[in-house]
Design a protein around this ligand. Structure first.
Ligand code: AMP
Length: 288
């Protein structure tokens, strides 16, 4: 397994693969890897085969954090990540330091961004106004450096995957985007690098996101048809409020592809929610 830390080095490697017709599977991450990330790595391997190359990027992208967010304390453990990647058969870890990814940032003259203007408006985009601009910009940059045949994203970040898919289509990135299912703890909590912020009181309460999703599913199944979104949102808000450490940021029902909110919730609608548990902001989503 190679570890590449420069943009030029990554691009050189990628160009070599491209010349030789080697398929490249790419999993972009912010590190502090867990079994959810590794499930994406395994998917990438299946997609490119043994003759292909699997690249994992580990980069905590400052451009997708707002000033008051957790950039500085975002968990990092490179030796642990390296061991997990090696065990999963990763060929290359691309782990650039900030000046490699954003040479203009230190002097304040990075001035080019990639912005998706429709799907990035609601939910995470509304709660975190500069977030998706940072995501699309860094993902576009990573695609230029890694030149993937296929990129694997997690359904855990549904809106992110949808925004990136739109960017790939709109800007003609020559790659296939695959979205892999959310990996969960046995009690339903979606795996996330941020789960390690939760203390012993908060951790059991964090399953409220999963329980809220199950509640919505059951409500729609029992109604046997459409349920008004507003009423269902209220029910979920009340359910979440039963947990003393939990505070609802948003809950939304929407079309899984257009991300347009729906007024009537039927089976097949997508549900997404963001909940603070203590000071930790958790997101989850699923099909109703
Ligand atoms: P992150 O390191 O949180 O930026 O995530 C990197 C990639 O892993 C993204 O495509 C995420 O959607 C995906 N991911 C994160 N958590 C999970 C999970 N529990 N199951 C599947 N994919 C995940």
């Amino acid at each position: 397994m190679k570890i590449v830390t420069t943009a030029a080095g990554m691009q050189r490697l990628a160009r070599g693969w491209q010349r030789r017709g080697v398929k490249v599977g790419f999993v972009p991450t912010m590190g502090y890897l867990h079994a959810g990330h590794i499930s994406l790595v395994k998917r990438a391997r299946r997609l490119v085969g043994r003759a292909g190359a699997v690249v994992v990027s580990i980069y905590v992208n400052p451009a997708q954090f707002a000033p008051q967010e957790d950039l500085a304390k975002y968990p990092r453990d490179f030796p642990h990540d390296r061991a997990l990647c090696r065990a999963a058969g990763v060929d290359v870890i691309f782990a650039p330091p900030d000046p490699e990814m954003y040479p203009g940032r230190a002097t304040g003259d990075h001035s080019t961004y990639v912005v998706e203007e429709m799907l990035a408006q609601g939910m995470e985009g509304a709660a975190r106004p500069t977030h998706f601009r940072g995501v699309t910009t860094v993902v576009a940059k990573l695609f230029h450096l890694v030149l993937p045949t296929v990129a694997v994203f997690g359904a855990k970040d549904w809106q992110q995957a949808t925004v990136v898919r739109r960017m790939v289509r709109d800007l003609n990135f020559p790659l296939r985007l695959v979205v892999a299912p959310t990996h969960r703890e046995p009690d339903g909590l979606a795996m996330s690098s941020r789960n390690q912020y939760l203390n012993a009181e908060e951790r059991p309460q964090a399953t409220i996101l999963w329980r809220a999703m199950q509640h919505a599913k059951a409500a729609v199944r029992e109604a046997g048809g459409a349920v008004p979104a507003a009423a269902l949102k209220q029910e979920l808000a009340a359910l979440i409020a039963t947990q003393p450490a939990a505070r609802l940021d948003y809950v939304e029902f929407f079309d899984p592809e257009s991300l347009r909110p729906v007024a009537a919730v039927r089976r097949g609608a997508q549900l997404a929610l963001a909940v603070f548990v203590g000071r930790t902001r958790l997101i989850d989503n699923g099909r109703v």
